[in-house]
Design a binder for this molecule. Structure first.
Ligand SMILES: *Cc1c(COP(=O)(O)O)cnc(C)c1O
Ligand SMILES: [Zn+2]
Length: 398
């Protein structure tokens, strides 16, 4: 195993990998896993990857699970990078990284596969998360697969698909009259009394390791040259922080050059703490009060990794912008009709943002652009109901 230790992303304090860690013991911020990358680059050549199986576990050496342990897997990751020529006809090179193909139909599967593998390795018997929906669905699946008890806390207005999938996979579901921050408070209280392990976003180090494989896949699928621009729908920010970490790791191993994409962090107008902090020039984001959006994955009023998101956006010379729910639904219809993909509102938000950035000239016609569709539209039927009426046939029966 090449994992060396866990380092606080803010104050740099190191923590041992020999026990299951949560957040930094000094400052309470997220811990990042570090690896002996020079040994990885000796043990693994990037050309060898082509012979490996189609899941994120192809990057086994740069993941935290000991090499002799069996991962808890449902074949997550290695999703297609689809050319999207009709989405923005004035842009020549656009791809959609279609994360809806993951188990439980969102990219939350990546983080949960790795984090549940690690908790199982440490002998944990019960886990819990507060969730806007998709993290709960993914945890229900991987906990079931691992034979671990899952306790899931979701707001009452979570999309019904999430509540149904969690129950169908044997998880204990609690619906909370409030926001995800209220769910988080409840999980924090109950984990103490019940001895559950809290798998909240960035409150343990290994979901991030699963999400960072987005960055490895982008590089491998684009033949080890990163695109110019990446659009990412940002809630807690694990995918964005993870990709940025993956780019550094790959450069240190000599797999890619120092070229980086400009990161575009897309949020919902009704919940955009990162956009607000970005525009004000702040490194830490204030809580977005009265957060509200149908894109449940983006309903994160306060992110514990805010400074990591904002640092990465700025270091990449990127940008943060918000999109209204109406724009998301409209964009989902457009990308559906243009590309044959029924995307989640979060993915649609990125498509809407791309149009705006193209119109303003921030994105140039010859640039290589990757848009993340982080989930399946099918998990959000309530959201799309208003456009699902169709046209009444008025002809006589066949
Ligand atoms: C959770 C989620 C997001 C946001 O991901 P973060 O890593 O929390 O930023 C985006 N889209 C979907 C569909 C999600 O479930
Ligand atoms: Zn710290």
């Amino acid at each position: 195993m090449f994992l060396t230790e866990l380092v606080c992303g803010l104050c740099g304090e190191t923590h041992a990998k020999s026990q299951l860690q949560t957040v930094c013991q000094s400052c309470g911020r997220p811990l990042l896993a570090t690896y002996d990358l020079s040994s990885v680059s000796t043990a693994l050549k990037k050309e060898q990857l082509a012979t490996r199986g189609p899941s994120l576990w192809r990057y086994r050496e740069i993941l935290p699970l000991p090499l002799d342990a069996e991962p808890v897997t449902l074949s997550e990751g290695w999703t297609p990078l689809l050319p999207a020529d009709r989405l923005a006809p004035n842009l020549r090179y656009v791809w959609i990284k279609d994360e809806s193909r993951n188990p439980t139909a969102t990219f939350k599967a990546r983080g949960m596969s790795v984090a549940v593998s690690m908790t199982k390795q440490f002998g944990v018997k019960a886990v819990a998360v507060p969730s806007a929906g998709n993290a709960a669905g993914a945890l229900a699946a991987y906990a079931a697969r691992a034979g671990i008890e899952a306790h899931l806390f979701m707001p009452k207005d979570t999309p019904i698909a999430n509540i149904v999938e969690c129950s169908a996979m044997g998880a204990r579901v609690t619906l909370v009259d409030g926001l995800i921050t209220d769910c988080a408070r409840e999980v924090a209280r109950r984990t103490k009394t019940e001895g559950w392990f809290d798998l909240s976003t960035l409150k343990e180090p290994y979901r991030l390791e699963g999400k960072k494989t987005l960055g490895y896949e982008l590089a491998e699928q684009l033949n080890w040259e990163l695109p110019d621009v990446v659009l990412y729908p940002t809630g807690g920010g694990t995918g964005l922080i993870g990709m940025w970490k993956a780019f550094d790791e790959m450069e240190q191993m000599g797999w890619i050059s120092s070229k980086r994409p400009r990161l575009v962090s897309v949020q919902a107008a009704g919940c955009c703490p990162i956009v607000t902090a970005f525009e004000k020039g702040l490194r830490f984001a204030d809580e977005h009060l009265n957060a509200s959006t149908k894109a449940s994955g983006l309903r994160v009023p306060k992110a514990i990794g805010d400074f990591l998101i904002l640092d990465a956006i700025r270091a990449s010379r990127g940008i943060a912008l918000s999109v209204s729910d109406e724009e998301m639904i409209e964009a989902a219809k457009e990308v559906g009709a243009a590309e044959g993909l029924f995307v989640a509102p979060e993915g649609a938000a990125c498509c809407a943002a791309l149009k705006r950035l193209s119109r303003s000239g921030w994105v140039k016609p010859d640039e290589k652009i990757v848009v993340f569709n982080t989930g399946a539209g099918l998990k959000y039927l309530e959201c799309f109901a208003q456009i699902g009426q169709g046209t009444q046939a008025d002809g006589s029966p066949d």
